[in-house]
Design a protein around this ligand. Structure first.
Ligand SMILES: [Zn+2]
Length: 88
């Protein structure tokens, strides 16, 4: 359902960024409503185009555009990296 909707998401391209033109939450982050629930667009886009988001992780942008939903500009902030480094 979301996968179908994501291809009709309202955005326009601005150079490398995909600028969201839909709704926003109180922090100014892009949100959409799915089956009555508001969800962060960046998380939806990341799951759809990049991969699953491990529990508790936060999706960040590598660019400075708060409205950008370009999957290639999204990454997961992995706060356990230092632990993985010390283990591996
Ligand atoms: Zn961007």
């Amino acid at each position: 359902m979301l996968a179908e909707r994501i291809r009709m998401l309202p955005f326009y391209r601005d150079e490398q960024c995909y600028i969201w033109v839909g709704g926003h939450d109180s922090n100014g982050a892009p949100v959409l409503t799915d089956t009555g629930q508001r969800v962060l667009v960046n998380r939806v886009v990341y799951r759809e185009f990049v991969g699953p988001i491990p529990g508790g992780r936060v999706v960040r942008r590598s660019c400075r555009r708060l409205d950008c939903i370009n999957p290639s500009h999204l990454y997961i902030r992995d706060e356990r990296t230092k632990w993985c480094d010390s283990i591996g």
